[in-house]
Design a protein around this ligand. Structure first.
Ligand SMILES: Cc1cc2nc3c(=O)[nH]c(=O)nc-3n(C[C@H](O)[C@H](O)[C@H](O)COP(=O)(O)OP(=O)(O)OC[C@H]3O[C@@H](n4cnc5c(N)ncnc54)[C@H](O)[C@@H]3O)c2cc1C
Length: 459
C-alpha cells in the first residue's frame, strides 16, 4: 500500500526545497526524495565550488602580479591545493547541510533518501517505499555529457564532479569544451599553476556569444598562457605512457595535445533516463528534456517539471524562478509564466561576462532597426584603478521602443553591473531611465549612462 502525501518532490536542486517550503507552509504534506547530495548540482559540484575556486585563483593571480600594485609578495607564488580544496569543501558543506537541515526540520515534510522512479502517474517508488500524491514535482537536474569520442573510454577523464576532488595540481590539464564550464576551470587551474589546453570544436570560444566577445575572452585567457585549439573537428584520445594524448584534427594537424589530466566539459544531459517517465506517460524530447508548458506543467495533469530537466533554462536562477512560477500559480493565483523571463547569465572568468537578452548577432538577424553603444574597459576609471581593463561594454536598444534588448558587460564587475540593465528591461522602461540616472562614482555602472548617451544606429 502506498503512503499518501499531498505532494511528492523529486530532487533537492534549486527549485525543490523552496517549493517544499511553500507547500508545507500552505498546510500541505510533502514527501521529499533526494538520491545523493542535498542541494544538487549548484551547491555540490556547480556554482558554489567553482566560484570558491575562482576566488582562490583570483588571489593567486593577484599575488603573482602584486608588484604591479606596489606590493611585495614572495616569488614564485605557489598554491596549496589541499588548502584550496579544504576551503572550497567547507563552503560547500555548509550550504549542503543547510539545505538538508532545512528539509528535515520542515513541518509536514518527510525526507526519503534514494532514487525515485515513477510507477504510475500518481505513484513514485523509492527503495521499498511506494509513495502516492495527486501532485508530483520533478526537479532532477542534469549531469555532464560523456561523448563517444574515439578512445574516450580507454583514458581516465574528469568531469565537473570528479575534478572538484583533486587535491593535487594537474601538470597539464587538457579541457575539451571551450564554453562556460570549460573556460572557468581553464582559468582556475592555469592560475593555480597548471599548463592548460582548451580544445573546442567550434571556430571560437563561447560560440553563442558575439564574435567580439569570444575574441576578447580568448585574448585574455591566452595572455595568461592558456593554449586554445579551436575548430577541433576530430577529437580522439589515446594513452601515451602516463599521459593522455588528445588529438583534434584527423587530416591537417596531426599534433596531439598531451595532458596529465583530461576534463570533459562538452555539455549537460537531463537526469530523466532512469526516472520511469514512460510508466507515468510523461512526454519528453529526444534529448530527454521533459516537455512543459509556460507554467511548467508536463503532458500529464498533476505533474510539473522544474529546473534543468525541462530544458527551459540551464542556471540556478532559472531553476529557482521555475519554483516561483509553480508556487505563484498553485498557491497565489498569480499566473506567472516562463516566457516572462529575460535571458541572463554570467561567465565567471576574470574578468567576468554579464549577459542579458539578445546578442548583437541576434539583433542583426532580427532585421529590426536598433541602436548600439559600446565602451572598452580601458575607458572605465574603476577598471583602470583596479588594474583590470580587459573587456568592453555593449548595449543594444530597439530604435522604435527605446527599450534595451540586449547587453554584455565583459569586464571587472560585469556580473553585478549588468543588473541595472536587466531591471530596466523588466520594467519595460526606455533606456533614457538609465541615461538620466546619476550613478555612483567610481563604478563600472556609472559609465552605462555615458554609453547610452552615445548610441549609434546599428548598421
Ligand atoms: C561546473 C558548473 C558550474 C555552474 N555554475 C553556475 C553558475 O555559476 N551560475 C548558475 O546559475 N548556474 C551554474 N551552473 C548550473 C547550475 O548548477 C544548474 O543550472 C542548477 O544546479 C540546476 O538546478 P536544478 O534544480 O535543475 O537541479 P540540480 O541542482 O542538478 O539538482 C537535481 C537533484 O536531483 C537529484 N536527483 C536526480 N535524479 C533523482 C532521482 N531519480 N531520485 C531522487 N533524486 C534525484 C540529484 O541528486 C540532485 O540533487 C553550473 C553548473 C556546473 C556543472
Amino acid at each position: 500500500m502506498p503512503t499518501h502525501f499531498d505532494a511528492i518532490i523529486i530532487g533537492s536542486g534549486q527549485a525543490g526545497p523552496s517549493l517544499a517550503n511553500s507547500l508545507t507552509q500552505a498546510g500541505r504534506t510533502v514527501a521529499f526524495v533526494e538520491r545523493k547530495l542535498f542541494g544538487g548540482t549548484c551547491v555540490n559540484n556547480g556554482c558554489t565550488p567553482t566560484k570558491a575556486l575562482v576566488a582562490s585563483a583570483y588571489v593567486a593571480q593577484k599575488a603573482r602580479i602584486a608588484t604591479d600594485y606596489g606590493v611585495i609578495a614572495p616569488a614564485p607564488i605557489s598554491v596549496d591545493m589541499k588548502a584550496v580544496k579544504a576551503r572550497k569543501d567547507k563552503i560547500v558543506l555548509a550550504s549542503r547541510t543547510g539545505v538538508e537541515g532545512w528539509l528535515r526540520n520542515m513541518p509536514r515534510c518527510t525526507v526519503y533518501r534514494g532514487h525515485a522512479r515513477f510507477e504510475s502517474p500518481k505513484e513514485v517508488r523509492v527503495n521499498d517505499d511506494l509513495l502516492a500524491a495527486d501532485q508530483i514535482f520533478i526537479n532532477v537536474g542534469g549531469r555532464a555529457v560523456v561523448p563517444d569520442f574515439p578512445g574516450v573510454n580507454e583514458v581516465p577523464y574528469l568531469t565537473n564532479v570528479s575534478i572538484l576532488d583533486l587535491d593535487t595540481l594537474p601538470r597539464h590539464l587538457v579541457i575539451v569544451g571551450g564554453s562556460y564550464v570549460g573556460l572557468e576551470f581553464a582559468q582556475i587551474f592555469r592560475r593555480f599553476g597548471s599548463e592548460v589546453t582548451v580544445i573546442e570544436k567550434n571556430p571560437r570560444l563561447c560560440h553563442r556569444e558575439d564574435q567580439d566577445v569570444s575574441a576578447s575572452i580568448r585574448s585574455f585567457l591566452e595572455k595568461e598562457g592558456i593554449h586554445v585549439r579551436t575548430s577541433a573537428e576530430c577529437i580522439h584520445f589515446k594513452r601515451q605512457g602516463n599521459d593522455i594524448a588528445a588529438g583534434v584534427d584527423c587530416t591537417e594537424d596531426p599534433t596531439d595535445s598531451i595532458g596529465s589530466h583530461v576534463l570533459l566539459a562538452v555539455g549537460r544531459r537531463p537526469n530523466t533516463d532512469d526516472l520511469g517517465l514512460e510508466k507515468a506517460g510523461i512526454a519528453h524530447d529526444k534529448h530527454g528534456y521533459i516537455t512543459v508548458d509556460d507554467q511548467l506543467r508536463t503532458s500529464v495533469p498533476g505533474i510539473w517539471a522544474l529546473g534543468d530537466c525541462n530544458g527551459r533554462g540551464a542556471f540556478t536562477h532559472t531553476a529557482w524562478n521555475d519554483f516561483e512560477i509553480v508556487a505563484a500559480n498553485l498557491l497565489d493565483n498569480d499566473p506567472r509564466r516562463v516566457t516572462d523571463r529575460i535571458l541572463c547569465y554570467a561567465l565567471y572568468t576574470d574578468p567576468p561576462l554579464g549577459r542579458v537578452g539578445l546578442t548583437e548577432t541576434e539583433v542583426r538577424e532580427s532585421g529590426k532597426p536598433a541602436l548600439i553603444g559600446t565602451r572598452p574597459m580601458t575607458r572605465v576609471s574603476r577598471a583602470i584603478e583596479k588594474g583590470e581593463t580587459e573587456g568592453f561594454i555593449k548595449i543594444l536598444v530597439d530604435a522604435a521602443s527605446k527599450q534595451i534588448i540586449g547587453a554584455n558587460i565583459l569586464g571587472t564587475g560585469g556580473d553585478e553591473a549588468i543588473h541595472c540593465i536587466l531591471d530596466t528591461m523588466y520594467a519595460k522602461a526606455p533606456y533614457t531611465n538609465i541615461q538620466r540616472a546619476v550613478h555612483i562614482h567610481p563604478t563600472v555602472s556609472e559609465l552605462l549612462p555615458t554609453v547610452l548617451g552615445d548610441l549609434k544606429p546599428l548598421i
